[in-house]
Design a protein around this ligand. Structure first.
Ligand code: F6R
Length: 607
């Protein structure tokens, strides 16, 4: 949600700024801009629209810039519509700022500064930060930033340049991601590592409130009192090719194809003596035995992975699990106590609501266990225990492989929990684990059956609304399938527990309403088939997603998508694939912007 970058070196920085911003475009694409040092002035070029359609043509019209230092921004609009004026950088002749996050008290700051004679052009919260920096300026950038941030409420990572401090870039963060990259003869700043992977793998992560002063020779970190802070260099585990399309038409399609490897990478290193082990993060069997309740929190697809976890944990470990949408958890006064475990699920590790839920759990004294895909992210660092899901960088805004490994984590956790609590013996735990290790082959088999999804997608392409139904684990999957479809194809869809249809929703069903029934759970198949029959008799086009062996009545299913089989318990890992590919091919047929759906951004760092 907004991406920021910066660069200081010896050669012109324009191409770095544009290229690294393009790598961050999944964080927002409403507008983009850069500010660089030109002579003794700051030069700003910014435009509404994507980088390719807005900023790049404007820069071409300018002729190539010679500047060796500057900052850049790609925006997901929070305050003010997408426009040239509201694009970042924001500032004036003295100071220029790029910002990811939200300044909650910006109106108060703006009012104060207007009282001091400042005028404002944009509707952004960021302009208040830039003008507050100008107002606080005392000739020393570090002191100025330290003074200004004490007045900011909210979340931010900021890249800042001051006209009088040529070829230096400053940065500071609170609750939004920021890294400082170390290049050869040049230094970078970025919202995340994928922006700069092709330039370096070495980086620092500033803590909240630490101010980075970046020059071409290195970076110095200061605390809020101006004391120098020493930091350790970190090395990115990801390879640059992992963040490229590698011949696929879309990142989403590439990431769907990467799922067998992502699952294997996440599961295999955590198997010890045939069963999952979480010793790497300090989670012992004794702890697992003592928890009274499990709470699982996440947003969107991460929360849906938590739903899969709930069904599996309650089934085999017999301990109560509550799954919460992170933004609801923190405001609903949850009953979690210090005897409970809070499991936090997040791909980015930066989702603002999920991070606040984690902090609330910690405050209450519950143990916290995170499953994150980005090492060193805020949630990774904040949680008491953290397990890295090893999907590699996920670039498509629509989550696929990250969801898959989040589910895989939930399974490993459930198996170990059930074993530690004596609900299953070691042999059963090893048997489940063995079946989990066979899932990558089944995922591959599902991917190979793409014609089935393409055929059904071509029938959905003109729908304006549809329903996903399922029961038990199939219901958890129908939630994810519905989200995938609406997110990238813009077709309205809802997911319902099959049994709920008759309590209101079935009145929506007519010839215009396709119904997709997820029916992979053997013990629930006949019940879901009954629901399909009910909607079919009301005119709906029906699509049944089921096992290879399911005996589907041809009179109730207009289309059947068949899946390779495993235990009921593990079927979600297989079922996710056709749901993803159905959404993908429908969006493709509708010529939607698949990797960057409208109005969305990856890594939602604002509430
Ligand atoms: C949907 C999707 C989102 C994310 C959600 C949480 O395809 O990608 O629903 O799952 O924004 O993001 P993380 O996992 O980064 O906390």
């Amino acid at each position: 949600m907004c991406g920021i970058v910066g660069c200081v070196g010896e050669k012109p920085c324009e191409s770095f700024l544009v290229n690294s911003l393009k790598n961050l475009e999944y964080r927002g694409y409403d507008s983009a801009g850069i500010a660089v040092f030109e002579g003794d002035k700051i030069k700003t070029v910014k435009a509404k629209g994507s980088i390719g359609n807005g900023l790049v043509p404007k820069l071409e019209a300018e002729g190539s810039l010679k500047a060796v230092a500057g900052i850049g921004h790609t925006r997901w609009a929070t305050h003010g519509e997408p426009s040239d004026i509201n694009a970042h950088p924001q500032g004036n002749a003295r100071v220029s700022v790029v910002h990811n996050g939200i300044i909650e008290n910006y109106r108060k700051i703006k009012k104060f500064l207007m009282g001091k004679g400042y005028t404002f052009e944009s509707q952004t919260d960021t302009e208040s930060v830039a003008k507050l920096l100008d107002y606080s300026y005392n000739g020393n950038p570090v002191e100025t930033i330290a003074s200004a941030i004490t007045q900011l409420e909210g979340a931010y990572s900021l890249g800042i340049i001051f006209r009088e401090h040529k070829n230096k870039v400053y940065a500071v963060r609170k609750e939004c991601p920021l890294i400082i990259g170390i290049g050869k003869g040049e230094m970078y700043l970025a919202s995340d590592m994928t922006a700069i992977l092709e330039y370096t793998k070495e980086y620092y992560t500033p803590e909240a409130g630490e101010i980075a002063e970046v020059t071409k020779d290195g970076v110095t970190f200061y605390d809020i009192h101006g004391n120098v802070v020493e930091k350790e260099i970190q090395i990115a585990e990801w390879d640059v090719t992992a963040a490229q399309k590698g011949g696929y038409e879309h990142f989403m399609l590439k990431e769907i194809h990467e799922q067998p490897a992502a699952l294997k990478n996440t599961v295999t290193p955590r198997i010890s003596d045939g069963v999952p082990s979480f010793e790497e993060c300090g989670l012992t069997d004794e702890m697992l035995r003592n928890y009274k309740n499990i709470y699982i929190v996440g947003c969107g697809s991460a929360m849906h992975a938590g739903m899969v976890g709930k069904y599996v944990i309650e089934d085999i470990a017999r301990i109560p699990v509550t799954v919460d949408i992170a933004s609801e958890f923190k405001y609903r006064k949850p009953l979690i106590t210090k005897d409970d475990l809070l499991v936090i699920i997040s791909q980015s590790g930066e989702t603002a609501d999920t991070l606040s839920a984690l902090k609330l759990g910690k405050e209450i004294g519950a143990d916290t266990l995170a499953a994150v895909n980005v090492s060193g992210s805020s949630i990774d660092r904040e949680a008491k225990m953290s397990v890295k899901t090893l999907a590699g960088p996920e670039i498509s805004v629509c989550s696929t492989k990250a969801y898959m490994v989040q589910c895989a984590f939930m399974y490993m956790f459930a198996f170990r929990l059930a074993y530690a609590r004596g609900r299953i013996d070691k042999a059963k735990c090893a048997e489940y684990t063995e079946k989990l290790l066979q899932i990558p082959e089944l995922i591959q088999e599902c991917i190979n059956r793409k014609e089935q999804y393409q055929r059904v997608a071509s029938k959905l392409v003109n729908a304006s609304s549809l329903l996903y139904i399922g029961r038990g684990l199939d219901y958890a999957l129908s939630m994810e399938g519905s989200l995938k479809l609406k997110e990238i194809s813009y077709i309205h869809s809802e997911s319902y527990a099959g049994g709920e249809l008759k309590h209101g929703t079935i009145s929506l069903v007519d010839e215009e309403m396709p119904v997709i029934a997820v029916a992979t759970q053997t013990s629930l198949y006949s019940k879901t088939a009954g629901n399909v029959e009910q909607v079919k008799s009301r005119g709906a086009k029906t699509i049944v997603i089921c096992r290879d062996s399911a005996d589907v009545n041809p009179n109730i299913a207009d289309y059947i998508i068949r899946l390779p089989e495993t235990d009921d318990l593990l079927m979600p890992l297989v079922t996710a694939v056709p749901l993803q590919l159905l959404a993908y091919y429908t969006a493709l047929d509708r010529q939607c912007s698949i990797d960057k759906p409208r109005n969305l951004a990856k890594s939602v760092t604002v509430e």
